[in-house]
Design a protein. Structure first.
Length: 145
């Protein structure tokens, strides 16, 4: 699997230290299965209710998994237009999980994605779907030249 660079300042994947509150998760691309992979062990500081990972953090992890699946699947940058999440099982601090993101289909500038977070036994804990919208690189990073 290819380790992806992450995004400077990102809440989920900044590894540069630019965002001191980043989760600093590593993101990988599985070319054979055409999916992003984010392994993680939630820390106690990620919890909403004692011992249970906050749903907002789980949603952010799914969002990054889908964003990177869209990026690697199309070669273009995109941003989240809408997102829905289903919480199926609790995600407990100190246990191992993996988030997987997939590009389901492309419809013009709309990129339809899916994500799932599974526990170490392979049981789904969180499922997400989102639509991302392609954004020209110069709008994200400024004009080149």
């Amino acid at each position: 699997m290819e380790e992806l660079p992450g995004s400077n300042g990102c809440f989920v994947c900044d590894g540069t230290g630019e965002n001191p509150r980043s989760l600093r998760l590593k993101i990988f691309w599985d070319e054979g299965e055409r999916k992003s992979v984010i392994p993680f062990v939630p820390e106690a500081s990620w919890c909403g209710f004692e011992g249970f990972t906050h749903g907002g953090i789980l949603t952010a992890i799914c969002d990054d998994a889908m964003a990177w699946a869209a990026r690697k699947g199309t070669g273009v940058w995109s941003v989240t237009a809408n997102l829905s999440v289903r919480f199926l099982r609790s995600v407990k601090a100190g246990s191992s999980y993996e988030a997987h993101g997939f590009l389901a289909r492309r419809d013009g500038k709309k990129l339809h994605t899916q994500a799932v977070i599974r526990d170490s036994g392979g049981k789904p804990c969180v499922e997400a779907k989102a639509v991302f919208v392609e954004v020209p690189e110069e709008r994200l990073f400024g004009k080149k030249g």
